[in-house]
Write a protein that binds this ligand. Structure first.
Ligand SMILES: Cc1cc2nc3c(=O)[nH]c(=O)nc-3n(C[C@H](O)[C@H](O)[C@H](O)COP(=O)(O)O)c2cc1C
Length: 207
């Protein structure tokens, strides 16, 4: 299991760095190989595809989530690179949790509409002292391992087919996955593409 923590902060050794290192350590202790990377808005984020879990986090400055992480979504290819990834989010700020959930968290979540968000947390700047970081990691791990294995898509599914699958209502996914995989097997297709899914739908009489 490989995890990466992508974060931003204006401070060289501030509260965000401390929280990132604490999350990283807990994940390592839970069996993950962990890397961390400080975001820059213009960067190539395709490397995140190699990780099973992506933790995104940043502080808030002047009512806005730190600019390099937001910029990576707006100007870089982070959003595209996170396709089908399991993601966990955290923010660090001085505001109360309800205020931050209303004002700041949506600034990140609007870019993650198609991702499975395992857990999200708003930390106070002194989060390390109050145990909230540990409970966040615990929640991430519970949700990570809870993922229904039967719905995990194999390498055969192309990125586009996986994205389409993730956009389906979850109650339909189990049946649809079995149907699509059996159809591809029967037809001898090595890849499950959008075209294969459309063909399966036509041949099997779906709408
Ligand atoms: C210049 C500045 C602006 C800030 N603006 C906000 C804000 O608008 N809302 C908020 O809730 N917290 C705000 N904070 C609090 C920071 O989010 C908090 O101190 C955070 O821990 C800073 O992370 P860092 O130590 O990694 O820089 C601000 C802090 C600074 C230094």
């Amino acid at each position: 299991m490989k995890a990466i923590i992508l974060y931003d902060s204006r401070s060289a050794a501030g509260s965000t760095e401390d929280v990132v290192d604490s999350i990283g350590l807990s994940l390592v202790e839970s069996g993950f190989y962990v890397e961390k990377a400080k975001c820059t808005a213009i960067a190539d984020y395709r490397f995140v595809k190699g990780f099973d879990l992506v933790v995104l986090g940043a502080p808030v400055y002047n009512f806005v989530v730190a600019s390099q992480l937001l910029g990576a979504f707006i100007h870089g290819n982070l959003k595209k690179s996170l396709k089908s990834k399991k993601v966990a989010l955290f923010l660090i700020c001085g505001s109360s949790e309800p205020m931050a959930a209303l004002l700041y968290l949506p600034q990140l979540k609007m870019h993650l509409m198609r991702n499975k968000i395992l857990a999200e947390k708003i930390f106070a700047p002194d989060a390390l002292s109050d145990g909230t970081v540990d409970s966040f990691v615990e929640e991430v791990l519970i949700q990570y391992h809870k993922e229904p294995k039967s719905r995990a898509l194999s390498e055969k599914w192309t990125d586009e087919a996986q994205e389409w699958f993730q956009s389906m209502p979850s109650f339909m996914q189990g049946t649809f996955k079995t149907m699509a995989e059996e159809y591809a097997e029967e037809m001898g297709y090595k890849e499950i593409t959008l075209e294969v899914l459309a063909e399966a739908r036509d041949n099997l009489g779906g709408t």
